[in-house]
Design a protein around this ligand. Structure first.
Ligand code: KG4
Ligand code: ZN
Length: 345
């Protein structure tokens, strides 16, 4: 079964054809990173406009790269939640229109759940039960999957998502957007023990919190720069040199990763999953991969980095597994749900 996946929930316009949920036949990603970099973050209206401009060419390219015609496509899967409302509308409207015009079954999928399916693409599929650490720009959660579509959220962030914390800290210390890859790169030449930041203590065993860590970095940067706590965070970057930036990046990254790994290791001990996967943009972080592998006593197969950040192959893969047990949606009825939790859908 060949599924065309469409993804437009944030700042990537993507389309991909995947066979039987596992084999990628094409994977087209049009990133808006350069467009938003000048603003230091994603501007929703600009994102929606850019999706409109490229969605049709991106979908056409996914078909031509796969060497397929519409007749060869068995179904369409599209991200309908969560994300930026204007961005979600472009992808879902394209998918709904094509489902009607080309007479294809339509499977709306949840973006965060789809991130987990990056791990089903290719040779090594994980085995259920699966413990998934989902870490993206908008979400940080630990989820226990008994089977496809059958899962419990064990814990989640109580405030900022981990990717958001990477992006905000990068801004404070003057590293370019997106902050995750910039911090990971700067950290390579920094001392991870240069600054001591606190780990949040929370009542929920598997919950996270990153806003205190971000504030601790802000205060430490102010101290290092010799200014008081009222000094605006936007003016701090120019008071640091590259060595200080690298030390802040490495020290922040160490605590952020230890927090994620501590909670994942506890869930591993408590739930004894057969496989552990990480998913979402922050799963691209090689330090996180290394430390998680060193801590968890089973082999972890990581998805390639280009499938960790937003893409449509993961959407097509989840669409395939949903198509095995769910009825398709009525394309005239599909709505976008910008803040829908994975627990509720
Ligand atoms: O999953 P994603 O592409 O979009 C969302 O659904 O949010 O995740 C984007 C997030 C951004 O916060 C970005 O800074 C972070 O993933 N990220 C990383 C790395 N690559 C991307 N964070 C840490 N290390 C990386 N190498
Ligand atoms: Zn994402």
């Amino acid at each position: 079964m060949k599924i065309l996946g469409i993804e437009s929930s944030c700042d990537e316009t993507a389309a991909s054809v995947v066979e039987n949920g596992r084999v990628i036949l094409s994977n087209v990603i049009n990133s808006q990173i350069d467009i938003h970099a000048v603003y230091g973050g994603v501007v929703p209206e600009v994102a929606a406009r850019s999706h409109i401009e490229v969605i049709n060419p991106v979908i056409n390219k996914a078909l031509t790269d796969a060497n397929l015609l519409w007749d060869d496509i068995d179904a369409i899967a599209v991200t309908y939640a969560p994300g930026l409302v204007g961005s979600l509308l472009i992808g879902t409207l394209a998918a709904r229109t094509l489902a009607v015009l080309k007479n294809k079954p339509l499977y709306p999928v949840h973006h965060i759940e789809a991130h987990v399916y990056a791990n089903f693409l290719g040779e090594n599929a994980p085995s259920f039960p699966i413990l998934a650490l989902i870490v993206s720009g908008g979400h940080s959660q630990l989820v226990f999957f008994r089977d496809h579509g059958d899962f419990d959220i064990l814990g989640q962030t109580q405030d900022d998502a981990i990717g958001e914390a990477f992006d905000k800290v990068a801004k404070i210390i003057g590293l370019p957007y997106p902050g995750g890859p910039s911090i990971a790169k700067a950290a390579l030449s920094g001392n991870p023990l240069a600054y001591q930041f606190p780990k949040a203590k929370l009542s929920g065993d598997y919950d996270f919190s990153f806003s205190g860590l971000k504030t601790a970095v802000l205060r430490a940067v102010q101290r290092e720069a010799g200014v008081d706590f009222t000094f605006p965070s936007t003016g701090l970057a120019e008071l640091l040199n590259d060595a200080q930036r690298a030390d802040f990046a490495a020290s922040f990254q160490r605590i952020a990763i230890e927090t994620l790994v501590d909670k994942t290791a506890k869930a591993f001990r408590d739930f004894s999953p057969k496989s552990v996967v990480i998913a979402g943009g922050v799963a691209a972080n090689s330090e996180l991969r290394r430390i998680l592998s060193d801590t968890i006593p089973i082999k972890i197969d990581y998805a390639p980095i280009n499938l960790c950040t937003d893409n449509a192959a993961m959407v097509a893969s989840l669409g395939y597994f949903q198509a095995q047990s769910n009825q398709p949606a009525n394309p005239l009825d599909v709505e976008v749900l910008p803040s829908l939790s994975m627990a509720k859908h």
